[in-house]
Design a protein around this ligand. Sequence first.
Ligand code: NDP
Length: 341
Amino acid sequence: MTHTISLTLEETFALAQSSLEERGFSTSQAEAIAESVTIAERDGCSSHGLFRIPFYLNALKNPGCDPKAEPELTVSDSSVVHVDARGGFCPLAVKKGVPELVQKANSQGIAALAVHNCYNIAALWPDVEALAENGLVAFAFTAANAFVAPAGGIKPIYGTNPMAFAWPRPGQPPLVFDQASSASARGEIQLHLRDGKNIPEGWAIDSEGTPTTDPEAALAGAQLTFGGYKGAAIALMIELLAGALIGDLFSYESSERDAHRVGAPFGGEFLLAIDPSHCVPDGNIKAQQARAELLFEKILEQEGTRLPGARRQAARMETKVNGISIPETLHSAILQAGRTT
Ligand code: NDP
């Protein structure tokens, strides 16, 4: 039986923040990461919750990783805002760019945020949800490390390359989806390994290219994209958007740079924000949002359906009242990792 520790969300934040600060993260970096990790735990996404703290600490082994980095914001007349994370981590860099992105999208209709030179270990949905809470339609893309084989191949070249989308809804949380272009997030395979469970078929192949359900063989081999060549096309698009389009690394380049095999992806994140009032011909976005609500209702009329993000919202209600529980082994590992100098 797995022994667990119960934590409130405040305790979750404090545990994450203190373990990072004890290992030399600046207060602003530690707070932004702790917020990202706490939000993931709050919404029942444990693969991007406290489980990720050892990954953040491990990233320090990479030369050039700066836990005290102050992201640099560059704003011009263009509709593209740039943030150079300077070898720090994504949560703080994105936070730095969002207010300008919102302003540009409101004034110009469509705007983008290019985040450069950052370690990205976080889930993307908090980034697009925050933009939709400002009334914007939003997309986010990031590449990772080379973990995923191209369609027909057996060697990893793509990252698990997630993309997230958010649609603002009147009087309720935005509709949000956030999905890896691989059949599963890598964190899910790592969690299966930790818990001694096999992974589902179709997630990965071993290093010889044979389909496997063994998480260890999967991590040593290659993950597969979702939906075969269709998911591979999405993975390729994300390499181009978060890599070549903004002058940042492809997943295989991030892996080549990862000399210590830390597994923390380094590169860019690309966010797009659209102010819907510029798109609707008569400017009446409220009428279009009402039509979108009708579409959602029609989907939900069918038994067995739910909207993306509904599981997270349900978890959010639950954890706000009851807090979270994590394996005792993870709790001890975080406490120990924080103390290790
Ligand atoms: P999932 O496959 O668990 O879920 C993908 C999306 O589908 C979610 O929005 C989910 O909503 C929705 N969904 C799931 N089931 C249904 C259903 N039956 N009906 C309608 N919608 C459904 O996520 P992934 O494993 O693909 O990705 C997990 C996370 O990993 C993401 O947050 C991603 O950002 C992160 N990631 C980060 C990387 C990085 O380098 N930073 C790399 C790769 C992934 P809900 O949340 O409500 O279940």
